[in-house]
Design a protein around this ligand. Structure first.
Ligand code: G1P
Length: 264
């Protein structure tokens, strides 16, 4: 069973600067919840029991947000709506563990920082830049994993001009088995227009590959490179998920996501 999820939160949020300088983008509102709570809802609804937040000292406000605060519950007892939200947050806090990544060396390195906390053979990785609504993408990944007993990643067809912003895969179109993964390729080098979206269900053998992984695109340790090395020895499947994708990784994307969430 897949019981644990990693959420990397130590990044500097450079695409959102200066707005993200003092207030982490993951805590920005999406409707009446934060981006991060939206991701947590997806996890817990899919049966995940523990979530590991990878943060840095600069992002301690995330820890503060999820810190259990019973005194707050007492103060707002006569406001039922807010009381329910604070109570839910307090309950969530029991299921969250924190690990630190104090040098931003890339997504692959962030995942490696959580290695010791991962207990079972498979775990989930969710990136808060990517919000998926209308269908629970984590559930879709888990059911594909059960069918194939392998690692699975969520895929979305992107426009040609977007290819160089994502990890791009080459895949077998009939069974969705992944053949190749390249981080942020040029359009010329991209094996397809299928992009890796921030939902991964990974065998913990990924840690062995991450430990050996050299710096890649942007001078960072890239999870895409480690997964590409893993492909030689293990099956990997793509999941063209059914929900609606919202991009919270850029200012314009965030504004559109906010509008979209308020419509739904
Ligand atoms: C990361 C991954 C990339 C993936 C993307 C999805 O990139 O490295 O492979 O396609 O998330 O949002 P980042 O957004 O950190 O540049």
């Amino acid at each position: 069973m897949v019981k644990q999820a990693i959420i990397p939160l130590a990044g500097l949020g450079t695409r959102m600067l200066p707005l993200s300088k003092a207030f982490p983008k993951e805590l920005w509102p999406l409707g009446s919840n934060s981006i991060l709570e939206k991701i947590l809802d997806e996890c817990f609804e899919a049966g995940i029991q523990e979530v590991i937040f990878v943060i840095s000292k600069k992002k301690n406000s995330i820890k503060k947000h999820f810190l259990k605060d019973r005194s707050l519950e007492k103060k707002i007892k006569n406001k039922p709506d807010i009381f329910a939200k604070i109570k839910k947050l307090n309950q969530l806090s029991k299921k969250i563990k924190f690990v630190y990544q104090n040098n931003p060396k890339g997504l692959g390195h962030a995942v490696l920082c959580a290695k010791k906390a991962i207990k079972s053979k498979y775990f989930l990785l969710l990136l808060p830049d990517d919000i998926i609504i209308k269908k629970n993408c984590t559930k879709e990944l888990i059911s594909l994993h059960k069918k194939n007993n392998s690692s699975v990643i969520a895929l979305r067809k992107v426009m040609k001009k977007e290819v160089s912003r994502y990890g791009i895969v080459g895949l077998n179109n009939s069974n969705h088995k992944i053949k190749q993964m390249i981080e942020k390729p040029s359009l010329k080098k991209a094996p397809s227009q299928y992009a890796i979206i921030g939902r991964y269900l990974l065998n913990k053998s990924i840690f062995q590959y991450l430990e050996k992984q050299q710096k890649g695109k942007l001078g960072e340790i890239q999870i895409t490179d480690a997964m590409n090395a893993m492909l030689i020895n293990e099956n990997f499947f793509g999941c063209k998920f059914k929900g609606k994708y919202l991009d919270c990784g850029t200012i314009n994307g965030y504004i559109n996501s906010f509008i979209e969430i308020n419509k739904s």
